[in-house]
Design a protein around this ligand. Structure first.
Ligand SMILES: NC(=O)c1ccc[n+]([C@@H]2O[C@H](COP(=O)([O-])OP(=O)(O)OC[C@H]3O[C@@H](n4cnc5c(N)ncnc54)[C@H](O)[C@@H]3O)[C@@H](O)[C@H]2O)c1
Ligand SMILES: O=C(O)C(=O)C[C@@H](O)[C@H](O)[C@H](O)COP(=O)(O)O
Ligand SMILES: [Zn+2]
Length: 366
């Protein structure tokens, strides 16, 4: 069992990683429930597989439960489902000291966290992430959001969970494509500031994607630790430090918008292609040598992840993709800071990027 502390000025919390933790979830969760009622939100894939076991355990410990199962997929992170979820919480008599538990991937975590942050101006919240992406990234750090007509994650809040319970064994039922998508965010930590972890990924990514439990647990703990360290320095993305976690996302979110937030390209896949583009764009600007960008692309390709526009099934013009980027939350004073790299593990925030040049770069990218 490993515990990683997310050390914040207020509301610090632990992330617990333990194979089989779900078998003992009631004991792990009980100390973090401020009273004995939990509202468990899951989706149509995760619910049938894991809710009955969790509920019977919690009930056996005297914790009362209500459960809601939402449709699986990115389309659920919207206003309509937020309304459905908050109405359901209110109809079921939620009180501020009750706990809302997100049991699922990043979609359920982001949506449920947002609901927990606004219901009665905020109630207790815990995360039980079940996808690799949610275990290595979205369950930690407190970003919550829904997508709006204008774009990705544009309506949301910071709502730190009280506790995050990670059981890597649940990844056994995760579809292979989703495991790979989550792996993109694992690789991201190596590319940001942990070059030795990127080398580990190059050497062990194949084992991890084959479901090797040791490789998965190691990657989860390393990823959570990397994210916790960055979030502890800049919880609300005010100094530029936390923005590093956005590596590949300015390109990636534009690709997701272009493919309609659909199963054509899921978030982790878009981030994979976005990171390859960020490295190649860094080469174009003279920050990074071509060999580093080729190495990043090769590892993503080897991991059967999108690593270019065409492998992400995107054939839009550069200007069209830049138009999507104009909605990025990092936009400030009409300019868009970009996460670029001087090399592997040397990501930085560039403030002087010319969006016409980005469009031209994308027009010349394959
Ligand atoms: N808040 C953050 O910091 C943060 C970080 C990264 C990503 N995100 C967001 O997270 C979302 C992507 O998360 P995701 O990749 O987990 O997508 P997701 O929640 O859609 O889950 C992927 C798929 O896997 C299924 N699934 C999850 N766990 C399973 C399991 N154990 N067994 C079987 N099926 C399972 C889900 O039902 C879904 O079909 C995006 O909306 C992204 O914007 C947020
Ligand atoms: O936690 C963060 O900070 C991240 O940027 C993590 C990203 O992987 C995640 O996709 C996040 O939701 C993107 O943030 P956004 O502010 O661009 O919506
Ligand atoms: Zn992401």
């Amino acid at each position: 069992m490993t515990r990683v502390k997310v050390d914040l000025a207020n509301n610090s919390y632990d992330v617990m990683v333990e194979a089989g933790a779900l078998e003992n979830a009631a004991n792990h969760l009980a100390p973090h429930l401020s009273n004995s009622r939990a509202f468990i939100i899951s989706d149509s894939n995760v619910g049938p597989a894991y809710v009955p076991k969790l509920v019977s355990q919690l009930n056996a410990e005297g914790i009362k439960t209500k459960t809601l199962e939402l449709p699986a997929g990115e389309g659920t992170k919207n206003w309509q489902t937020l309304e459905k979820l908050t109405d359901w919480l209110l109809e079921n008599g939620i009180e501020r000291a009750d706990t809302v538990a997100a049991l699922g991937g990043g979609v359920i975590g982001d949506l449920t966290g947002f609901a927990a942050s606004i219901i009665k101006r905020g109630c207790n919240f815990v995360q039980i992430p079940t996808s690799l992406l949610a275990q290595v990234d979205s369950s930690v750090g407190g970003k919550t959001a829904i997508n709006s007509a204008a774009g990705k994650n544009l309506v949301g809040s910071f709502k730190q969970p009280k506790f995050v319970l990670i059981d890597p064994l649940v990844l056994g039922t995760l579809p292979d494509r989703e495991l790979r998508a989550g792996y993109a965010e694992v690789v991201k930590y190596g590319l940001i500031d942990r070059p030795e972890f990127f080398v580990w990924c190059e050497q062990n990514g194949g084992k991890l994607l084959g479901g090797d439990p040791e490789a998965l647990s190691y990657a989860i703990v390393q990823s959570v630790s990397a994210k916790a360290a960055i979030v502890a320095e800049d919880e609300k993305e005010l100094t530029g430090k936390r923005a590093l976690l956005n590596l590949g996302h300015t390109f990636g979110h534009a690709l997701e918008a272009e493919t309609g937030y659909s199963s054509t390209l899921v978030h982790g896949e878009a981030v994979a292609a976005g990171m390859a583009l960020a490295f190649h764009y860094s080469v174009r600007r003279g920050h990074c040598d071509n060999a580093a960008a080729e190495r990043v692309e090769a590892h993503l390709k080897q991991s059967s992840l999108p690593h270019s526009l065409s492998s992400a099934s995107v054939h839009a013009t550069g200007q069209r993709l830049v138009d999507h980027m104009l909605l990025d939350k990092k936009m400030s004073g009409g300019t868009l800071p970009f996460l670029l790299a001087n090399g592997i593990g040397q990501t930085f925030l560039a403030q002087d990027v010319d969006l016409h040049d980005v469009a031209a770069f994308l027009d010349h990218s394959e």
